[in-house]
Design a protein around this ligand. Sequence first.
Ligand code: PCA
Length: 323
Amino acid sequence: MTRMTGLLAATALTAASAPALAETWDMPLAYAATNFHSENAAKFAECVTSGTGGEIEITTHPGGSLFKGADIKRAIQTGQVPIGERLLSGHQNENALFGFDSVPFLATSFDASTKLYEAAKPKIEEVLAEQNLTLLYAVPWPPQGLYFKKEVNSVADMAGVKFRSYNNATARLAELTGMLPVTIEAAEISQAFATGVAESMISSGATGYDRKVWESLTHFYEVDAWLPYNYVMVNSDVWGGVSDANKTAITDCAATAQADGLAASKEYTQFTLDGLKEGGMTVGPAGEALVTELQGIGETMTAEWLDAAGETGAAIVDGFKGN
Ligand code: PCA
């Protein structure tokens, strides 16, 4: 080997081991590392890192450690981070359409919520595009039920209870049932229940399980009110700068993550309800009288949402029902 060839070979080696285009994408997540959404996002991140041959390496930051849930969407929009995951219904005050997945009793099963999501997706993507956001994938939480620290058989039993909310719909539900809403991130609810800042919430078995709420609460009523979605979104400017090959790799990983996330959500449903029971909670369907009252409140909230979401909201509901 001549001296020249040796030098060239060394340069080529350096270039191969440290590609000039390699970037790291920090990906904030609001929920605990052990939550199925966060585990799914971690797998998605690995998939992207290997699918792009290391040109884009995603690092997840679970538990609200980089940005809290409420701040993640803005952080992506403004380019503080290229990518992240957020419960979009938390931004219903920006656009009522983001609350399509939190309309009580509109879609109460995984199958129905998938159909509702498919009907809403093109509209949501339009709104997101205006906000400099590109949707990669979305995964539903398990069905939402009510947590209390006492037996509850009617709406009257809820009067004056301090209720942890996570979006407008949950806060409105509290108002209509005579409870006192206080917004608290999932990452902080164990503390809120332990100190009595909150005594109740509507959420999935998954979140109650992740946060070990049996340490403070006693009852979980399966209401199946709705299945809200977490969205993984990328800043559209960043997305525009990604090569076609890497875009394909990322959208392939996103499709896998969407399917795997849905499967994990389904599996996690019973697993976490069993976990709540093992923790000592009373877990079961809400009583008939309570269900009837909640359905009445659901009708009020559906009318309010349709009012706020206008023609586009009505088109989503029609599209869903026509499916
Ligand atoms: N867990 C999240 C949103 C919906 C759910 O099941 C939470 O409680 O914040």
